[in-house]
Design a protein around this ligand. Structure first.
Ligand code: GLU
Length: 424
């Protein structure tokens, strides 16, 4: 398959921008990239794409790392552990990008952008008046200034070249020359754009397969023009299908419940269930199986079985999967996962330790998510197990309160109870 011989080590990466928490979309991309590397004894890299300082949110990197660790998506190289291509923060790799930028300048394939915002605005206006699309390449300066890092650097794209490429999920794709304009490689603040930086990093880090969301398909001609300009062998593209709302009508956004993945951990979802659930958004093993352990997923995962069409995000399904995974737990593990949702009052009850193990089999199949035992406690369902029964002794006394009549009365009750349980 593709241009990589079987002997070449598979290298995948997850390259988030630290602009907030990680939600299901990002985690699913990381999961697939990781699983593919693991399955092939390859390498999975975590790289932080922090070149847009304005959008950066403090604490995101730690949050992203914690989310991945929770799910067992462990990187072989990354910001915290280093590796042969360190550093793994793009903001610390600026010199590398400049080195390749200079190569492009020397080849006559990149030039400094001499225009002010006002001048660009004028070009835009003229294009609008002439009912034409504004293309920067139509205004290429004849004698651009020497690039000294103070101006933006743009790639001189071909105006006639069409691009064709193969995506391991989407198949053969193509775009005409109109898809490209002279795009920016390095901004005037000295930071590279995503379009440029990830190409250089993927090259230097030996990435063989790029797993990413479908919103990058339209930019792929830009990436291809850079591979060509720098004589870089193209990696394999693995475009993942979008994650859709439960009704399948639109892409899942934050408003539709694309929440922070660690919220699920807080609610007591099991990491193994979350992995199982995410694995089935846009992939399935081609049979009826719906419950998989992480190891089973890693060994069954096949790129050919990734769907082209979007996969729905359905929290009810997640709950169902979680319940299945809870049922697979040993009683001790089940106890460990529910315990933190019980109040101290219940945990400090003198009966707690002797009874909790006995009641686990009874409540296990009634819980979909660990936090639900908290609700069971609040509604009083658990007190039945944990409080000593109170006996209203007067109801057991015989007619005349004598020992004899009480004995007969109790024997009758026992007889009735015996019949009830026999009939049940
Ligand atoms: N930094 C990009 C993002 O977070 C990553 C895209 C890619 O995987 O190449 O959207």
């Amino acid at each position: 398959m593709g241009i990589f011989s079987k002997k070449q080590k598979i290298v995948t990466r997850f390259a988030p921008s630290p602009t907030g928490f990680l939600h299901v979309g990002g985690v699913r991309t990381a999961l697939f990239a990781w699983a593919y590397a693991k399955q092939n004894n390859g390498k999975f890299i975590l790289r932080v794409e922090d070149t847009d300082k304005e959008r950066e949110v403090e604490g995101s990197v730690e949050h992203i790392m914690e989310s991945l660790k929770w799910l067992g998506i462990i990187w072989d190289e990354g910001p915290d552990i280093g590796g042969p291509s360190a550093p793994y923060f793009q903001s610390k790799r600026l010199e590398n990008y400049k080195k390749y930028a200079r190569i492009l300048v020397e080849k006559g394939l990149a030039y400094a952008d001499p225009y002010t915002e006002g001048e660009l605005e004028k070009f835009r206006k003229t294009a609008e008046e002439e009912h034409k699309a504004f293309l920067y390449r139509d205004h290429r300066p004849e004698n651009p200034p020497v690039w000294d890092g103070a101006q933006a650097l743009r790639l001189k794209v071909s105006q006639i070249k069409s691009y064709e490429w193969h995506d391991l999920v989407r198949g053969d794709l193509k775009a005409g020359p109109e898809a490209l304009d002279d795009f920016i490689l390095i901004k005037s603040d000295g930071y590279p754009t995503y379009n440029f930086a990830h190409i250089i990093d993927d090259l230097e880090m030996g990435v063989t397969h790029i797993f990413r969301a479908d919103e990058f398909i339209s930019s792929t001609p830009k990436f291809l023009s850079l591979y060509d300009a720098l004589d870089i062998k193209r990696p394999e593209f693995v475009t993942l299908p979008p994650i859709m709302t439960p009704d399948g009508k639109k892409k899942l956004g934050k408003r539709d419940g694309a929440k922070d993945i660690l919220e699920y951990r807080k609610e007591g979802y099991l990491a193994s269930a979350m992995v199982n659930f995410l694995a089935f958004i846009g992939w399935n093993p081609g049979d009826e199986k719906e419950v998989l352990t992480v190891q089973e997923f890693v060994s069954l995962f096949k790129l050919e079985q990734i769907h082209k069409a979007g996969g729905r995000f359905n929290e009810e399904k997640l709950k169902w999967v979680n319940r299945e995974h809870l049922l697979m737990l040993s009683d001790d593990d089940f106890k460990a996962s529910i315990e933190k949702y019980l109040s101290n009052a219940i945990k400090n009850s003198p009966l707690y330790h002797s009874i909790i193990t006995k009641i686990i089999p009874v409540i296990k199949d009634r819980v979909s998510v660990a936090c639900e035992v908290g609700d069971m406690e609040t509604s009083g369902e658990l007190s039945y197990f944990l409080q000593k029964p109170t006996i209203e002794t007067e109801k057991l006394l015989g007619k005349d309160n004598s020992k004899e009549s009480t004995k007969i009365h109790i024997e009758k009750i026992v007889e009735i109870l015996g019949k009830i349980s026999e009939n049940d």
